[in-house]
Design a protein around this ligand. Structure first.
Ligand SMILES: C[S@@+](CC[C@H](N)C(=O)[O-])C[C@H]1O[C@@H](n2cnc3c(N)ncnc32)[C@H](O)[C@@H]1O
Length: 244
């Protein structure tokens, strides 16, 4: 299950994206409190193992933290970012490092409707799949945007099935993430939702099964380091080289 808060979206990304809009100006400050945040994104970008010249999509790019990781690892690449929260995108748009990156307002459930079309040589979706209305349908869309044989990385939390990881996640969100969000934004509602959405998200095995059911091959999961080992993962997969 994904942790979405509402049913049919009344705007791209529904209420989740509206909530991200409200914290957009504080988002970079908040993620900066996690010393591993940018390093882990960069590691997932590296794990795509793309050639220098490539066309890469950053799905749910937010303020561009994940796009910056792609830019750092693939300085020659043509990058495109898509997000449903216009205010988050606005932060990305004024970053000098992302000059020339196409940043599109749209829903990850249907990037093509927002004018984002494949084939891409690689796709990164960081902290996104957990939030979409229908994860299975979104995976099908993602596969359809990839060139034959091209890789995707879902950089995502998964703690279900591990008592230790679940306990660490609950402790860190209760003692650090939610209080910090309250201080910085004056409202911890989104971060309570994010905590719960992780607790409700697939186990590693379940998400790997979803990927295979969506037609991906070469599915494998690599861990993050530090305290996030067993909590944050790079879920890697490929569109088959031939066929649909
Ligand atoms: C936790 S942020 C991650 C942003 C960025 N990838 C990063 O690593 O910092 C999640 C992002 O997903 C976006 N999002 C949520 N649901 C979405 C949807 N259905 N389509 C597109 N973006 C969505 C939110 O607006 C938000 O910017």
């Amino acid at each position: 299950m994904t942790g979405r808060r509402t049913g049919a979206p009344e705007r791209p990304g529904g209420r989740v994206a509206a909530d991200f809009d409200r914290v957009a100006s504080a988002y970079d400050l908040l993620v900066g409190l996690d010393p591993g945040y940018r390093r882990h994104l960069r590691r997932s970008a590296e794990r795509l193992r793309l050639p220098g010249v490539a066309r890469i999509l950053d799905l749910c790019c937010g303020t561009g933290q994940s796009t910056l990781a792609l830019r750092a690892v693939y300085p020659q690449a043509t990058l495109c970012g898509l997000d449903a929260a216009a205010e988050m995108l606005q932060v990305a748009r004024v970053r000098p490092q992302l000059a020339g990156v196409e940043l599109v307002h749209g829903d990850a459930m249907d990037p093509t409707a927002a004018g984002v079309d494949g084939p891409f040589d690689g796709i990164l979706m960081a902290y996104g799949i957990r939030n979409v209305a229908d994860a299975d349908a979104c995976l099908q869309r993602v596969r359809g945007l990839l060139a034959g044989g091209a890789p995707v990385c879902f950089h995502e939390y998964s703690v279900t099935g591990s008592r230790l990881s679940t306990a660490v996640w609950k402790a860190v969100t209760a003692s650090i993430i939610i209080p910090a969000a309250r201080v910085v934004t004056g409202d911890d509602g989104l971060f309570r939702y994010l905590r719960d959405s992780v607790l409700e998200f697939d186990s590693v095995d379940r998400f790997e099964r979803r990927l295979r059911q969506a037609g991906f091959t070469a599915v494998r999961t690599l861990p993050a380091g530090g305290w996030q080992r067993g909590i944050l993962h790079s879920f890697l997969a490929r569109r088959p080289a031939t066929g649909r």
